[in-house]
Design a protein around this ligand. Structure first.
Ligand SMILES: Cc1cc2nc3c(=O)[nH]c(=O)nc-3n(C[C@H](O)[C@H](O)[C@H](O)COP(=O)(O)O)c2cc1C
Length: 195
């Protein structure tokens, strides 16, 4: 509930900011509501125990598969990790029921620039889809070296593929919301130029 209230307040404040969305100040809270997940996402720091349902996982994966890619080449592969032993080697001490979705592409995961951009978009789609369903999610690139040097075989990656990023998904503990979890961002007037 707190998150919803915060979301509406944020959207109203954003709508009043000069230049936000190029004229979005004319948009009402209801019209902006479709953008709520995109604007109010945050990287969950705490996760509760609890299973992700098949319907939730299928929806999240559908968002990944539906991502845009250059020339529509869809260079990605998605690996859903639920095995406790593997999970512990990638992100230790995860709550029961948390899952990881690893996004991989052909190459070494570092120098295949175009594929990495495509995979980054798929990563973002998965991250946002989970939050749109009311789940917590967090992107990680820290474990990529461990995955790519030690775990590719156990994870069953397609031949020649390397991990680019992963998204951790889990249920949120009660009381966690966008107010307590959000980090600040640079003000739009510092990072946007109009010509
Ligand atoms: C490309 C990328 C890599 C990240 N890697 C990690 C990581 O390895 N470990 C981690 O705890 N968080 C990681 N994060 C989460 C960021 O730290 C987080 O999104 C950022 O601090 C902003 O926080 P907020 O989204 O809650 O505002 C990553 C995020 C991105 C986009």
């Amino acid at each position: 509930m707190k998150k919803q209230v915060f979301g509406i307040i944020t959207l109203l404040l954003l709508a009043c900011m000069p230049g936000f969305g190029r004229g979005s100040s004319q948009l009402g809270a209801q019209e902006l509501a479709g953008a709520e997940t995109i604007i109010n996402h945050y990287a969950a720091g705490n996760f509760a125990a609890g299973e992700i349902t098949k319907a939730e996982l299928d929806t999240i994966l559908a968002a990944g598969v539906r991502s845009p890619s250059a020339r529509n080449r869809q260079p990605w592969h998605f690996t859903v990790v639920r095995n406790r032993t593997l999970l512990n080697q990638i992100v230790p001490n995860m709550s029961e029921g948390n899952i990881l979705i690893i996004i991989s592409a052909s190459g070494d995961g570092k120098t295949n620039g175009a594929e990495i951009l495509d995979c980054a978009l798929a990563t973002q789609s998965i991250y946002l889809a989970a939050q749109a369903l009311g789940l917590g999610s967090r992107i990680y690139t820290g474990p990529m070296d461990t995955i790519n040097t030690r775990l590719k075989g156990d994870l069953g990656f397609p031949g020649g593929y390397s991990a680019v990023a992963l998204v951790r998904i889990g249920r949120l503990p009660p009381g966690v919301d966008a107010i307590s979890s959000a980090s600040s961002r640079k003000a739009p007037d510092r990072v946007v130029t109009y010509k």
